[in-house]
Design a protein around this ligand. Structure first.
Ligand SMILES: Nc1nc2c(ncn2[C@@H]2O[C@H](COP(=O)(O)OP(=O)(O)O)[C@@H](O)[C@H]2O)c(=O)[nH]1
Ligand SMILES: [Mg+2]
Length: 319
């Protein structure tokens, strides 16, 4: 056991040991993983936790298959180029946002707690699709699986209601997340969860949102929107894409023209040889060279296997 684990680790570990339901155990194990400082000395422990998580998940899948139901536990399988989780209080406009950004038809209501289960839609962004997950509201009795959903998502979109005190609401949300070891800003313990803050209902603004923006704009990406008149939604879509830290790479067949319609989605920072292997597992071994086209200066030049790819790159593999 590495000696330098933070005290929180042991608190959460205790909860893990006491937890009975496998889904609850998974939540605590994921929390432990996020708390562990990431360095060589903790690699073994990280691997052990990951194994425990996957064993529990396997057991749950088997149980679901044999019993036909997994109990009141919800997780959303990832689809598309990234998974966005909407986070917020009742009535902040999460379901409205899901419906406007995607083809989903989630219930929207004047009264809170309309959404009790995660609802999913796919958002078109240029030539890719991004998954948006609407969630039950965050409140004192929010179920443990809700935090599992937050933790597992690629990006949290925190939806605040401009007709309320957004500074207060944001602080409450941030505290609730911190208590579950989900941190939106750099912190001594735990990883940082990527986020975007949406100031919804900007059409009906009652409180001063300027103060909030001034106080938080250095640390956060903040986007005022209205699902009623669609203000800000285009900017929101672009920011969601930017925050996902992904790139779209296109492959071109030798002798064929460039077609930029069906990209491969990769993590920002991916190098050519890893992209090659992702596209075809034999390419790592067989790749002789590759040529690159893009809008920032390449027009078919040969590039190194360690070349870092960028959004919009077109590659021609020679094997
Ligand atoms: N004025 C205004 N009202 C909105 C906006 N977005 C949502 N609403 C209203 O806010 C209420 C709650 O919306 P809903 O999407 O159900 O919120 P949820 O509980 O977070 O899912 C509904 O009455 C919506 O019509 C907006 O941009 N402007
Ligand atoms: Mg809702």
């Amino acid at each position: 056991m590495p000696a330098n684990l933070p005290p929180q680790y042991f608190e959460v570990e205790k909860k893990y040991r006491e937890a009975k339901a496998p889904q609850e155990k998974i939540v605590y194990l994921q929390e432990l993983l996020s708390i562990i400082p990431k360095h060589k000395g903790t690699e073994k422990l990280q691997a052990e936790l990951k194994t425990k998580i996957s064993k529990l998940k396997d057991a749950m899948t088997k149980q679901r298959k044999s019993k036909g139901s997994g109990g009141s536990w919800y997780q959303v399988e990832k689809q598309g180029a990234g998974q966005i989780i909407l986070v917020g209080f009742p009535n902040s406009g999460k379901s409205s946002l899901l419906n406007t950004l995607t083809n989903a038809h989630a219930d929207v209501a004047l009264y809170p707690f309309t959404t009790t289960l995660p609802q999913v839609g796919m958002m078109d962004f240029e030539n890719i699709k991004i998954q948006i997950v609407d969630t039950p509201p965050l409140h004192d009795d929010a179920p443990a699986w809700l935090f599992g959903l937050y933790r597992n998502g690629d990006l949290l979109v925190i939806v605040l209601d401009c007709t309320r005190d957004v500074t207060h609401d944001f602080n409450v949300i941030q505290n609730a997340l911190n208590q579950k070891n989900i941190f939106l800003t750099p912190h001594e313990f735990g990883d940082v969860k990527d986020s975007v803050i949406v100031l919804n209902k900007i059409d009906a603004q009652k409180t001063k949102v300027d103060t909030f923006i001034k106080a938080h704009c250095d640390e956060f990406t903040i986007i005022p929107v209205s699902t009623t008149n669609n203000d800000g939604l285009k900017i929101l879509k672009t920011q969601i894409f930017n925050k996902l830290n992904i790139i779209r790479v296109y492959t071109k067949k030798i002798g064929q023209p460039i077609a930029k319609d069906d990209p491969v989605v990769l993590k920002k920072g991916t190098v050519l040889i890893d992209a090659a292997e992702y596209i075809h597992k034999d390419f790592r071994k067989n790749l002789k060279f590759a040529r690159l086209w893009n809008e920032t200066g390449y027009s078919g030049q040969r590039v190194e296997k360690t070349h870092i790819l960028a959004d919009g790159d077109v590659i021609e593999f020679h094997v």
